[in-house]
Structures are given as structure tokens and as C-alpha cells.
Design a binder for this molecule. Sequence first.
Ligand code: HEM
Length: 239
Amino acid sequence: MAATTTVPVADPEPVYAFQAPVRLYHWVNALCILTLAATGYLIAHPLPTVVGEASDHFIMGRIRLIHFTAGYLLAVSLAGRIYWALVGNAVARQIFYLPVWRPGWWRELFLELAFYLFLRRDAPAEAGHAPLAQLAMLLFNTLGSLFMIFTGFALYSEGLGHGSWADRAFGWVIPWMGDAERVSNWHLLGMWILLGFVILHIYMAVRADIVGRTTSTSAILGGWRSPKGARPGGTRPRR
Ligand code: HEM
């Protein structure tokens, strides 16, 4: 008789991976990035002038106001998320550091790369963020958001003027990077890099869920994650 292609496994125990503040940050952050990208794009490519007094319409003014409000929200939510990394569970800390001293972390990173390169069928078992996600989130989300906050508030300080709180906290970024135009160009480039990350992030999360059965998408809504790559009927493919 031909060998069966699946072996029975016990149902994996779901793990409460993403605590409520982590999930809240995720969705506030996603909303902020989309709002900032849409309004930022319009700031970089302003709408055509409309007939009449600019102050009667104030279209670009409103777009800038939405951009700055979302910018504040992004900064405050990141500050809250940093606080939660200190007091929350181990998964809450994962997007702020990489355990590069652990050989197992590197092994899983390469296994995961093989999974996304279609060289392997199952995703490595992870309760929280898998190493590749951890690396991408640290580089693009954590450091990327900090970069956008520093360059954004530096540009903002120009509007508030010399001696303002933004000038004192972030004004140094402008001479450090050259001039305001350079800061603006880097800020714009940062947007495209962040948007590239968002697309990749959604693809990888959905793929890990469907192919790897890691319940990654429902976990960022409900918090619970099945880490072992469970398949319907409690089976998984034989390696
Ligand atoms: C994900 C985060 C962000 C994205 C994607 C983003 C995107 C952009 C883009 C594309 C521009 C136009 C740049 C150009 O004209 O070359 C811009 C301008 C600007 N952004 Fe952001 N931004 C972000 C965060 C922030 C934050 C946190 C602040 C802080 C308040 C901020 C403040 C500004 C300011 C002051 C300008 C210049 C506005 C003007 O010249 O009228 N941005 N942003």
C-alpha cells in the first residue's frame, strides 16, 4: 500500500501572543502610515490650484493638518509601544531587538527564507514573530517609523519656528542631514520604502497563514496564535 502523505499530530496549543496594546498599536500604526502616505504624497505632488482665494478653500492646508495630526498620533503610539515593550510579554519586545547571539534564531531565519522562496512547505513553528518578520519589523517598522518621526518633526519645526519645542527637539536633524530640502527628499524616500514594506508584510502574513497555517492574521485581531502550523484534521505533511 502506498505510504500516506500525512501524519497525525496533536492539536497545537494556541498561545496568547499579541497582547491588546500590541494589537491596538498595530492597527493605529497601520492607519497612521496609510494616512501619512496619502497626505504626504499630496504634499509632494500638490493638487491643481482652484479658482478664488486660497483661504476660502484651504485644501492643501487641511491635507497638511491631517498629515501633522497623523504624525503626532504615529509618534505617540510608538512611544506607547516602546513602553509596552518594557512591561509586556516577550513577544511585545521582539520588534525592538534581534537575538543574533542565538544559533537557533539564525537557523529559523534560514528555514523561513527557504519557506518564502518555495523551497520548503512548512513555516517554522513560532509563537510570536518569526525571525524574518522580526528582522523586517525592526528595520522597516521600528527604525523606519523613528526615521519618519525625526525627519517629519524636523520639517515641522521649520513651521513652528526657532526656539519652538520641535526646533529644540528635532531642529538639529536639518543641519545634520544637510538642509531642509534633503530632509524632505529623504522623508519622501522613506515613504516609498515604508509602503514597499507594507505590501511585503501583508503578502508574508497572509502566506504564512494560508500555506504555513500559523494563524498569523487572526492573531493580530484576537491575540491567540497556533504556533505549530496546524492543518485541518490535526495533520501535517511528512517532511
Ligand atoms: C509613515 C510616516 C510618514 C510618511 C509616509 C510621510 C510622508 C510625507 C511625504 C511624502 C511628504 C512630502 C515630502 C516632499 O514634499 O518631498 C511629507 C512632508 C511632511 N511631513 Fe511627513 N510623513 C510621515 C511622518 C511624518 C511625521 C511623524 C511628521 C511630524 C509631524 C511629518 C511631518 C511632515 C512635514 C512637516 C512635511 C512638510 C510639509 C510641507 O512642506 O508642507 N511627517 N511627509
